[in-house]
Design a protein around this ligand. Structure first.
Ligand SMILES: NC(=O)c1ccc[n+]([C@@H]2O[C@H](COP(=O)([O-])OP(=O)(O)OC[C@H]3O[C@@H](n4cnc5c(N)ncnc54)[C@H](OP(=O)(O)O)[C@@H]3O)[C@@H](O)[C@H]2O)c1
Length: 319
């Protein structure tokens, strides 16, 4: 099969196209999918740099999601079905073998292309906002990095839940965030989000991908009983924490990663997502926001584009 492999760890130039990668071995009860589309996630950049090794048993290839056509049937799926899959790795390749419990049909209004960038971001939004964050109608949520793949999915899902969505982004992207439904879009380069939120009474939930850099202002921005969920460490791993802030405000901090969830937990997550979110995608009431697409062969350019921060939404790869 063809695939993108990493020749060592480093910049986008270590990504190399191969025509003769070994196809993933069959597994009893699992599906084989001919991948048509996959997408770039920030985690791929970290894995390429050598900072985020795949979990045990996962493919060493990059790629956390894929959409394609079933080649070997399993579970409820038949040969020829158009499906999308959540993967622990391996999406930058023409074939993947995957647990059918981590697979869903391509929603009608989404189509195969955009489905290639749906699973990782929408499942992250659903897991963290609904299942862990318990976000409810009328609550206020702050989503950092709203213009990213996860951010654009989280904004739409939080809106759909009836929450008031605040967001941080930069420059021209703020307008896109407002157009997608953000009540307040703050420029993190110019505005102090914590002070703005304190003045407005605080947030019930914060979805954070900055980690250490935003720990103190995030805790300040939360109202009593607020929850902070850390899903990324773009702003560092280590920070000082005044525990009194937690105690007095009865606040909670949670950390979460989708990739390392046990297979059973992922299956449960995908099943709940199918009941609650998939129908809205099928009817076109939620959409994958696509920045642009590249041929898989140009994965290095796609990585450089994501790293540049230029653009809003998902970067797709045509396999
Ligand atoms: N834990 C999990 O399960 C999980 C799953 C998926 C993703 N993630 C994490 O979630 C984050 C987003 O992933 P992604 O694939 O959506 O990446 P992405 O498309 O590159 O989005 C990253 C976002 O971060 C924003 N950002 C950068 N500096 C910021 C700052 N100081 N304040 C506020 N926002 C800032 C960027 O906005 P500008 O371009 O305006 O700077 C951009 O919108 C990553 O950290 C990723 O590792 C975690």
């Amino acid at each position: 099969m063809h695939a993108i492999v990493c020749e060592g760890a480093g910049g986008p130039e270590v990504l190399s196209w191969v025509d003769d990668a070994p196809a993933p071995p069959a597994r009893a009860g699992w599906l084989r999918i001919a991948v048509r589309w996959t997408a770039v996630n920030r985690a791929d950049l970290l894995q390429r740099q050598g900072y985020y090794p795949p979990p045990p048993g996962a493919s060493p290839l990059l790629g956390l999601e894929a959409a394609g056509v079933v080649l070997e049937a399993a579970g409820p799926f038949a040969v020829g079905d158009e499906v999308m899959a959540l993967l622990p790795g391996g999406g930058y390749a023409s074939e993947v073998v995957v647990d059918p419990r981590h697979v869903l049909p391509v929603p009608g209004a989404i189509g195969l292309q955009s489905a290639g960038g749906l699973m990782e971001t929408f499942l992250t939004a659903y897991l963290n906002l609904t299942l862990l964050g318990e976000l409810e109608a009328g609550q206020r949520v702050l989503v950092h990095g709203e213009s990213g793949g996860v951010g654009t999915a989280a904004l739409q899902w939080a809106n759909r839940l009836g929450a008031e969505v605040w967001t941080t982004a930069s420059g021209a992207k703020l307008e896109r965030c407002r157009a997608l439904g953000a009540t307040r879009a703050l420029d993190y380069r110019l505005e102090d989000f914590a002070t703005e939120l304190e003045l407005a009474g605080g947030a019930d939930l914060i979805l954070d991908c900055l980690g250490a850099r935003y720990l103190e202002p995030n805790l300040r921005a939360l109202r009593t009983h607020g929850r902070l969920i850390v899903i990324g460490l773009q702003g560092g791993r280590k920070a000082e924490l005044d525990l009194l802030t937690l105690l007095q405000g009865r606040k909670q901090i949670l950390g979460s990663t989708l990739r390392t969830l046990a297979d059973e937990r992922k299956a449960d997550l995908v099943s709940r997502f199918r009941d609650e979110v998939w129908p809205l995608l099928d009817r076109g009431e939620l959409a994958v926001v696509v920045e642009r697409s590249f041929p898989l062969r140009c994965a290095a350019a796609a990585h450089a584009h994501l790293a540049s921060g230029a653009g809003v939404g998902k970067i797709l790869l045509e396999v």
